[in-house]
Design a protein around this ligand. Sequence first.
Ligand SMILES: *Cc1c(COP(=O)(O)O)cnc(C)c1O
Length: 367
Amino acid sequence: MSHSDGTRAVHAGLPAPAVGEPFLPGPVFAAPYHLDPVTGPGENGYARTEHPTRRALETAIEALEGAPTLAFASGQAAITALLLAVLRTGDTVALPSDGYFTVRAFAEGTLRDLGVKTVLVPTAGPYPDFTGVRLVLLETPANPGLDVCDVRALSAAAHEAGALVAVDNTTATPLGQNPLALGADLVVASGTKALTGHSDVLLGYVSAHDPTLLGKVETWRKQTGAVPGAFDSWLAHRSIATLDLRLARQTANAAAVAGLLLSRSDVTGVRWPGLPSDPSYPIASAQMRRIPGIVSFDLGSAERAGRFLSAARLVFAATSFGGVHTTADRRAQWGDDTPPGFLRFSCGIEDAADLLADLTAALDASA
Ligand SMILES: *Cc1c(COP(=O)(O)O)cnc(C)c1O
């Protein structure tokens, strides 16, 4: 039976009911486990390779992404594991020029030193011919600019040229879009953001149907060790139960916030892929099942952005996004190639009327 999102999120990765047992078993705190003195390891031998709490979380994410999944200690641990497991000296990787900045920094440092060439492509295109490219990493919607690309068309073009396609699904989450169903070979994501959504866990994951491909990533993880701990895995799994509810409120808040921002003459560059006037809208509305709660806009200067963030009571100045608390991040302070007054605004799950009132007062006070 196929269930809808709320039901899938609540039940993802839970074991079959067992009398006297909790719905979601608690974290197992173990590094080594007892071995059979004669036959050695059973299901669990050593936590870097096998961990029941981590396995339950992976089963939950698998239920949402639609393919076997490996959890990592952070999004960057997952992305770098994927890149290093797949790419070899002489290979070329295509990366988004407007995507998560640490991925570009890794390509321009470690990958370059290993003899891997990088081609940077803006998410909105135009895309080059992929001939000679080993791996195409797409990030859609791209963080922080919120451009969206056509995963189905780009996967077909990449496969035609013999390239693998990975999609960073951090911003959308698996309830927002399923890149594997659109033709991608791999999904990679940070679970630190909306997937877990409480700003208290670092997490990453890689999902793929192809056992050989996922096996390479698993071997990489086993040999380098970037696994999430038991408590973080459990917290993440516990948080996924409310993913549908949190996303629904965040999306509704983003629609209200984007509408307010568009109505103001002292705010420019408002981007939200759910706005019919947004350049991302045509592809986003065809490809995505819901639009994330992230809005971006420009307040003109670093000074005004600072005054706005100081005046707002319900908007925490913070990096990261997708949490239950509304936050905003002036990306230029991190070296992102964005204007000095550009904010990535992440809607939390507060009540829309309170957010709009706070936003209006802070915009007025900072003008
Ligand atoms: C945050 C983020 C990452 C990195 O994830 P961490 O969990 O911080 O390591 C990767 N990709 C995107 C799109 C992100 O937003």
